[in-house]
Write a protein that binds this ligand. Structure first.
Ligand code: AMP
Length: 586
């Protein structure tokens, strides 16, 4: 079927054998001595084949929209992925063709992850929380030919039906057989199909094609909270190496006996690679569907024996608050959590560890880094630190994983001192870091000497451990010096009356910018501004104390679960400082 796909070309014949003789003066360079090992490309299909062949006992549990659960095994997922690939091949899908998904974490999404990439096409995950304009932009930019969609998300697509790109040939609804609305109908000018009907009569096995490991496997757009979203095009090689690395003891520490529940969405950065890492380890997966509230998650943790999970801090903050409000709820076997996406506030980490025995690993990454780049896990120098010292240190984002190099540079491009104090912009390079964006050239975040400029402002300490001070665009520049909005947020999260907090810059006539603190109080707690600000005393430099506090009911969130500071900055553009005293004490 895929005449296009060929084995990677054999290595070129030894150049030296046929080259003309070198001039007598320059001694001929010896030909490279190649290792005599099999040269097999790193392909995602090998992960699926491995899981199906060796780990039939693991379970893939998937939660439906109504809360009921459906169970599969790795061989069943592999069979359904094969049926899907056969169906897409029958529809003429070619290598490199983009196949989009708008879906939650569930088994059909997992089958598309594997089926599409393993056949050589490109799985393009789209974030269902995007605005209509962003959705249209992304589908058009990627030139997707098929879009697989969860039935609950059809209304969002119908809203842009007349703006769907001309490349789109079919919208495939991922519901249960017989429950798919409007099969055979059109959405705009595009045919509406059912995934179950599409794969029903297809063979459940396939010879996955073998091709160059550098071929594209999946595509994910950056969240684009400022400017246009940009596509990051992962390769089979980068995906396999990333997943392999995350299995390490000093990362997810995944074994075949694990039961992993990715709260991190499969629509953003491949759910931190967990769907692939799980297949490699051969472990079980629990895919929670759209229900990510504390009750649903806790129920799954307990009933499915979850051993590990990953999510952004807002998920863990909500879970901790709910657990505390329901003291009879305990973990039979405390799972271990990974957190990333935004900084982990120490009180959340401390609460989980000391009250529930749950360990949280702090990780850092970006869409452009697949995403995992750094993890904060103990090493020789701090293995014997007591728990409290380690909890303090855990707010740092971590040290690079093997395969990733980090450095931080000042405004002149000089590397900063590794003293944990000097600030600089974080640059990364490595085997799973983007080298350019899809469909674009000339982005200056990719340096001429092969680094990616992250836009994160960091310190690096003597142990080589990096701490994010801020996003370059969020740092508060007060009188020529920098104040970390993240540090102010993390500190105030320890206040017993604070449920959520965000700090943004507001204009100041003398200091240019000063911090404005926005607080979502815990229900019924009614804190005062003075009470909140007093909490900072002795915890931060006095001149960092925010110049005003606003109490709000909610904070705007981005499509990837982060506080949307760009919106807050617009909203509070005219806010003036109320407590000028702090600024004047500098
Ligand atoms: P995204 O590409 O949408 O996944 O966002 C990547 C950005 O999220 C990074 O550049 C950081 O600014 C932020 N980020 C990721 N992990 C962390 C973390 N552990 N602590 C603080 N910020 C983080």
């Amino acid at each position: 079927m895929f005449g296009l796909f060929k084995n990677r070309p054999a290595a070129a014949p030894e150049a030296a054998a046929s080259a003309p003789a070198a001039p007598a003066a320059a001694p001929a360079k010896p030909a490279p001595l190649h290792g005599l090992m099999m040269d097999r490309p790193l392909l995602i299909s090998d992960i699926l084949k491995h899981a199906a062949a060796n780990h039939a006992g693991a379970k893939i549990v998937s939660v439906r929209a109504d809360g009921s659960r459906v169970r599969h095994t790795w061989p069943q997922i592999a069979a359904r992925a094969a049926k899907l690939a056969n169906a897409l091949a029958r529809r003429g899908v070619q290598q490199g063709e983009r196949i989009a998904t708008l879906a939650w974490n569930e088994h059909r999404h997992l089958e598309i992850y594997y089926g599409v990439s393993c056949m050589g096409a490109v799985m393009h995950t789209v974030n269902p929380r995007l605005f209509a304009d962003q959705l249209v932009f992304i589908l058009t930019d990627a030139a997707d030919t098929h879009l697989f969609i969860d039935p609950t998300l059809l209304p969002a697509l119908e809203a842009v039906a007349d703006r769907l790109p001309p490349t789109l040939k079919a919208v495939v609804v991922m519901g249960e057989a017989g429950s798919v609305p409007g099969q055979g109908k059109l959405i705009g000018k595009v045919e509406l199909l059912s995934q179950e009907a599409l794969i029903a009569d297809e063979p459940d096995s396939i010879d996955w094609p073998v091709f160059d490991e550098r071929c594209a496997s999946s595509l994910c757009y950056t969240s684009g909270t400022t400017g246009e979203p940009k596509g990051v095009l992962y390769s089979h090689r980068s995906t396999v190496l990333h997943a392999l690395t995350t299995l390490q003891v000093d990362c997810f520490a995944t074994s075949a006996a694990d039961v992993l529940l990715p709260v991190v969405p499969m629509f953003h950065v491949n759910a931190w690679g967990i769907p692939y890492a799980a297949g490699m380890a051969g472990c079980s997966l629990v895919l929670p569907g759209p229900r990510l509230d504390p009750v649903s998650l806790y129920t799954l943790f307990e009933e499915e024996g979850v051993t590990g999970s990953a999510g952004v801090p807002t998920i863990w903050t909500a879970l901790l608050q709910w657990l505390r409000a329901n003291p009879e709820k305990r973990f039979t076997n405390p799972p271990r959590f990974t957190v990333g996406g935004t900084a982990l506030p120490k009180p959340i980490n401390e609460g989980f560890l000391k009250e529930y025995g749950v360990r949280i690993m702090h990780a850092w990454g970006m869409t452009e880094t697949s995403p995992l780049g750094a993890v904060n896990v103990r090493k020789a120098e701090n293995i014997d630190w007591d728990e409290d010292r380690w909890l303090d240190y855990s707010k740092k984002q971590g040290r690079p994983l093997f395969g990733i190099e980090l450095k931080a540079v000042d405004a002149e491009g000089h590397e900063i001192a590794h003293d944990g104090v000097a600030f600089g912009e974080l640059l990364v390079r490595g085997n799973w870091v983007a080298a350019q964006y899809f469909n674009r050239t000339g982005d200056d975040v990719f340096t001429d000497d092969g680094w990616f400029r992250t836009g994160d402002v960091v310190t690096i300490d003597a142990l080589g451990v990096m701490e994010i001070v801020d996003r370059a665009k969020d740092v508060i520049k007060s009188g020529g010096e920098w104040i970390s909005s993240i540090e102010l947020e993390n500190t105030i999260m320890g206040h017993p009356k604070v449920a959520m907090a965000a700090v943004i810059a507001m204009h100041h006539p003398k200091w240019d910018e000063r911090p404005l603190l926005l607080v979502v109080p815990k229900p019924g707690s009614n804190p005062t501004e003075a009470e909140i600000l007093a909490f900072y005393e002795g915890r931060i430099a006095k001149w960092w104390t925010p110049d005003a506090v606003e109490f709000v009911e909610t904070l705007p969130m981005t499509a990837t679960g982060k506080v949307w500071k760009a919106v807050l900055k617009k909203q509070y553009a005219d806010r003036a400082p109320t407590t000028l005293a702090h600024a004047q004490t500098r």
